[in-house]
Design a protein around this ligand. Structure first.
Ligand SMILES: [Zn+2]
Length: 342
């Protein structure tokens, strides 16, 4: 079994990290995280900067802030380059120097150096380089520019990381990951991976939007996994449908994060193992015959039926959403445990 030693301890792979963007998993309390046997969580440096939280978290670190001991990955804000600025140029600007976000009259300047500084202040286990994240549909000229910037920014991130961690002991140092861009273009992915590998990072992520028309871009994901040296960690960012995780583990990916388990739970979608197969259930009357206490041992399934959960979503939404979130996160912990013994 593959594993990695992080600041917070040993992490068994493959591992799934649910989203705790602002230092909080939506739907549950932070003091419930550890008992769900979650591998770790992902926070977002850009959102924490925007919310003015860095100073508060910096004092004791993100683990203390959240009251958890499990590993924390911090994402850089590269995804927001795509989800905000690429979609609407009024929300900011991307230059070779860095990114300027303009939101509700507030300006946030994010350079590669600042991005690393903020993540080190957070005290995360794994920190991500700033990249120019792209949608798979973007034209080749802009993909090429994004790859060039991603490489230049990664070099600056590494330099700043070396400067800021030079006095840290090995066990206190976070791991630094770079992100491979290039859209669906194999030549660009290869160029990006080659240049990033030369700079020598602890791990490499598949970056960019990984889906097209709701389907996983399997070809380019597999190709990109093959470009990452096998002794380095391979992180499939934003991939989180159970069947997609299974596919990506076969390709060699070790790390995953996604909003799916928690967001789907709030939208009444639950995942189960039934007769060895994964089943997705929308909490509706037609499923009332399924006895969930036989399928799962979480707080929801031990104490309630699907019919009761259905009623609860109508009468006490917060309680229902909490229980559904606990269930989906328990399912994902179980899924990753199963994948480790394959
Ligand atoms: Zn359950």
């Amino acid at each position: 079994m593959k594993n990695i030693k992080l600041k917070s301890g040993k992490l068994k792979l493959p591992a799934f990290f649910p989203d705790a963007t602002y230092g909080q998993i939506k739907g549950i309390e932070n003091n419930e995280i550890e008992k769900l046997k979650i591998d770790g969580v992902v926070v977002n440096a850009y959102h924490l900067i925007k919310a003015g939280k860095i100073k508060e978290i910096e004092k004791g670190g993100v683990h203390k802030y959240m009251g958890i001991k499990i590993p924390v990955i911090s994402d850089s804000g590269g995804f927001q380059v795509m989800s905000l600025i690429h979609k609407n140029s009024e929300l900011g600007e991307i230059t070779d120097e860095g990114v300027i976000f303009l939101l509700a009259g507030k300006r946030i300047d994010l350079t590669p150096e600042k991005c690393i500084e903020m993540q080190i202040k957070l005290g995360s286990d794994i920190i991500m380089c700033l990249d120019e994240c792209t949608h798979s549909e973007l034209d080749e000229k802009r993909q090429k520019k994004a790859v060039e910037r991603t490489i230049q920014w990664a070099e600056r991130c590494k330099k700043e990381f070396m400067r800021l961690t030079s006095k840290m002991s090995e066990k206190d140092k976070p791991k630094l990951f770079a992100i491979i861009q290039g859209g669906q273009n194999k030549k660009l992915r290869k160029k990006c991976a080659k240049e990033l590998v030369k700079l020598d990072f602890d791990g490499y992520a598949f970056g960019g939007f990984p889906m097209k028309n709701g389907k996983l871009l399997k070809g380019i994901l597999k190709y990109t996994a093959g470009l990452i040296p096998d002794d380095k960690l391979k992180y499939a960012m934003g991939i989180g449908k159970p069947e997609d995780i299974i596919e990506c583990v076969k390709m060699g990916y070790d790390l995953f994060d996604c909003v799916i388990p928690t967001r789907d739970a709030r939208h009444k979608r639950l995942f189960f193992f039934q007769n060895g197969k994964i089943q997705e259930i929308n909490v509706r009357k037609k499923y009332f015959t399924i006895n969930i206490s036989k399928l799962c041992k979480c707080e929801l399934c031990r104490n309630y039926s699907l019919e009761q959960l259905y009623e609860m979503f109508k009468n006490n939404y917060d309680k229902a959403a909490r229980l559904a979130t606990i269930h989906n996160l328990t399912f994902y912990s179980g899924l990753m445990r199963r994948l480790r013994v394959l």
